[in-house]
Design a protein around this ligand. Structure first.
Ligand code: FES
Length: 107
């Protein structure tokens, strides 16, 4: 089964099985991954599901939408070029692994 790998700020890694069509945020919440708050439940309205996409996974994701781009401006941790909202990142069919890094703070 495909997996999503969550890398914590301390470098620890947690690989979680994920079904195609699910999001980085939902998979984290369903498996109790620390550091993904997801206050708005996936509506792109809170930025508490902020992640940094690993360069190895950047090619597997859609471009950032205007709404996502605006919401990332209010993220609690530093915004970087690879910042995304986990609720907007869907595991596409045929992708075996996504790697994301969790920021220091979400609130
Ligand atoms: S869960 Fe709120 S923006 Fe992603």
């Amino acid at each position: 089964m495909p997996q999503i790998v969550y890398v914590q700020p301390d470098g620890s890694r947690e690989a979680v099985p994920a079904r195609p069509g699910t999001t980085v945020m939902a998979t984290a919440v369903n498996h109790g991954v620390a550091g993904i708050v997801a206050e708005c439940g996936g509506s792109a309205m809170c930025a508490t599901c902020h992640v940094y996409v690993d360069p190895a996974s950047a090619g597997f994701l859609p471009p950032t939408s205007e709404v996502e781009n605006e919401m990332l401006a209010s993220a609690a941790s530093e915004r970087r070029d690879n910042s995304r909202l986990g609720c907007q990142l869907v595991l596409a069919p045929g992708v075996d692994e996504l790697i994301v890094h969790i920021p220091e703070r979400q609130i």
